[in-house]
Design a protein around this ligand. Structure first.
Ligand SMILES: [Cu+2]
Length: 298
């Protein structure tokens, strides 16, 4: 009689259904672990709840972590069960089971399960990417525009070796090295670079967008209440790349106006210089911002 290729590698006469045991333990542990992970671990996964986009990312991380929990539990149960049941005792011969080859049931199960999981994640990820822009850079013509009331507040983010400058078209082209944003607003970030490829990463805001020279990379973020956040360059851009960071703040409307006034006073001394053509002693970089972000207003 031909040996059953699915027989467990145990002594002859052992009728224990190891597969069924593993599946039962797996189902029970998964049913316990998955909701625990979703409820207690998921909400604490970065980047936090500072914006609509970061909240969306926390939710995505929550779903994906819950989704992989049964997979992880299966590996752990399989491994633990194998170690516990099939370990070789002292003075015992090492018995190995027959190899499993060309089993159509296993092949089909493997293909169906993995394909379903991957397709689900692809669909879920695509849907989530289109929801509110998801905080990623979408190039000059974004397709995932968040729903908002009225025109968004525009800020141009200009990367250069090795700092970020923030330009506010609605404040007379005010430039600052501090990123201040008004609370409860839809912000339209236009990310670009003057030299190398940088990446604007405002971690707590859930925003990350490449800063490429000559490219207007648009990213959206919808702020909630006042908070502070960090900005880092997330693309190796030269010698001082690790020092290319600063802090930003989301503030209430009154604080934002006060900050804008103060910055405009500082900016006033530089502005005439920036408005001048380069041939006339103007700042050379003022001519290569691409394109003027206020063109998209409205
Ligand atoms: Cu950089």
């Amino acid at each position: 009689m031909a040996a059953d290729p699915h027989a467990a590698p145990t002594t002859p006469g052992d009728s224990t259904n190891h597969g069924l045991r593993v599946v039962l333990v797996w189902l029970i542990l998964s049913a316990i672990a998955t909701p625990l992970v979703a409820i207690f671990v998921g909400p604490h996964i970065p980047p936090g709840n500072a914006t609509v986009q970061s909240e969306g990312q926390v939710f995505d991380n929550q779903v994906m972590t819950a989704f992989v929990t049964p997979v992880l539990v299966l590996l752990a149960v399989f491994f633990a069960y194998g170690l516990w049941t099939f370990h070789v005792r002292r003075n015992e011969a090492v018995l190995d089971g027959p190899p499993i080859r060309n089993d159509p049931r296993i092949q089909l199960l493997w293909i169906v399960i993995t394909m379903t999981m991957v397709l689900f994640l692809a669909g879920f990820g695509t849907y989530e990417l289109l929801a509110d822009g998801s905080g990623g850079g979408q190039g000059p013509n974004p397709i995932a525009v968040p729903s908002h009331h009225g025109p968004p507040f525009q800020v141009q983010v200009i990367g250069q070796q090795w700092q970020f400058t923030y330009r506010y078209p609605s404040l007379g082209g005010l430039e600052s090295n501090e990123l201040y944003l008004p609370e409860n607003s839809t912000i339209e970030l236009h990310v670009t670079s003057l030299d190398a490829v940088h990446s604007f990463w405002a971690y707590e805001l859930g925003v990350k967008a490449d800063a490429n020279p000559g490219v207007d990379n648009v990213a959206y973020v919808q702020t909630h209440g006042p908070t502070t956040f960090h900005v880092r360059c997330a693309e190796l851009c030269g010698l001082w790349h690790p020092y290319m960071f600063n802090n930003g703040r989301v503030v209430d409307s009154a604080q934002f106006q006060a900050w804008a006034k103060q910055q405009q006073r500082i900016f006033a001394s530089i502005k005439p210089f920036m408005d001048k053509p380069e041939s006339d002693g103007g700042a050379p970089y003022s001519h290569i911002y691409l394109p003027a972000p206020d063109r998209r207003a409205g």
